[in-house]
Design a protein around this ligand. Structure first.
Ligand SMILES: NC(=O)c1ccc[n+]([C@@H]2O[C@H](COP(=O)([O-])OP(=O)(O)OC[C@H]3O[C@@H](n4cnc5c(N)ncnc54)[C@H](OP(=O)(O)O)[C@@H]3O)[C@@H](O)[C@H]2O)c1
Length: 286
């Protein structure tokens, strides 16, 4: 039995769909936070367990009969490492044989990305647990780029704070497919760490040029200090902790943490991952 956490989310949900497509007979249990969130999954023939990373007992219960675990990193802010550690401890207690974990590109302890620190600690704890593992270190989702681009196709300007450093964006759906490939063939991926990227990195000036071509418009990129980005996010009504996180991501991009390309994703899914140009065409040519 495979337990998929974050199953009500985009990455976990799409991973389940790929697993079922590969093998309709595969036994999957989905960890969700409420009955309501599990309804659609039940309709697909997936067993549902209710649990929360913050509630160890719920996790221990969910691990019953589980041999293989996909731990999708938490989207609940505040001690994500502690949340992940609860899952790892419950897995160890239940005798889970292999953990697949979705981490962040390079997972560097010195990264400007505060979020990376939780991933570094989680990776370490998985290794300490003695359970076999596979770590997929995902680059930045291309799917989040339209949020950064905001209304630039209408206003003509992308305001962001990544300098002219290139960033590797990959499509989340390709990452989900890679998860399913690994979960379906553990012996080939035992104790491996993969840097999950698309084939090319682009600067925000490149991105402005791409969207200009796609929309037949004139869009320019204006680099702003990350403090200004933070103020803009707060002015848009977001909480300060979200603004901190978002400006930290931009700082990390500027520092080059996401300027890295690796063939692992292409090797796993057996075809070229979606390039950002292709992804943006899908979004902006509608
Ligand atoms: N690489 C990137 O660019 C990038 C960007 C954003 C996020 N991420 C990370 O990648 C993860 C997966 O991405 P995604 O797009 O699938 O995110 P998502 O759609 O927001 O899904 C997150 C999933 O985690 C579940 N979850 C959150 N807190 C939980 C908790 N305390 N206990 C149990 N489950 C919990 C959510 O459950 P509910 O449905 O109940 O909320 C949801 O199923 C995110 O959680 C985040 O850590 C990566």
């Amino acid at each position: 039995m495979i337990l998929i956490t974050g199953a009500s989310g985009h990455l976990g949900g799409a991973t389940i769909d790929f697993l079922l497509k590969k093998n309709p007979e595969v036994k999957i249990k989905a960890l969700v936070r409420s009955e309501e969130k599990g309804k659609g999954l039940k309709n697909k023939g997936v067993e549902v367990a209710i649990g929360n990373y913050l509630d160890y007992n719920s996790l221990e219960k969910a691990m019953t009969d589980v041999e293989l675990l996909l731990l999708v990193s938490s989207s609940t802010m505040g001690d994500r490492h502690g949340q992940h550690l609860n899952v790892i401890k419950a897995a160890k207690q239940a005798g889970v044989k292999h953990i697949v974990y979705t981490s962040v590109l390079k997972a560097d302890p010195n990264s400007k990305l505060s979020l990376a620190v939780d991933h570094v600690k989680t990776e370490k704890d998985i290794k300490i647990s003695g359970i076999d593992y596979t770590i997929l270190r995902n680059t930045y989702y291309a799917d989040f780029l339209p949020m950064i681009i905001s209304n630039a196709p209408e206003s003509g300007t992308i305001y962001y704070s990544a300098g002219n450093t290139k960033v590797n964006f990959a499509a989340r759906i390709d990452m989900a497919e890679a998860n399913a490939v690994v979960l379906s063939d553990l012996t080939n991926h035992k104790n491996k760490i993969y840097e999950i990227t698309s084939g090319n990195s682009y600067s925000f000036s490149d991105i402005a040029e791409m969207i200009s071509k796609i929309t037949n418009g004139e869009i320019k990129y204006v680099d702003i200090p990350s403090d200004t980005l933070k103020e803009n996010i707060i002015k848009a009504g977001m909480p300060e902790e979200v603004a901190d996180m978002m400006s930290g991501i931009a700082d990390s991009m500027r520092a080059g943490d996401f300027d890295f390309t690796d063939p692992a994703l292409e090797n796993l899914i057996g075809r070229k991952p979606a390039d950002l140009k292709e992804f943006l065409t899908g979004v902006y040519s509608k």
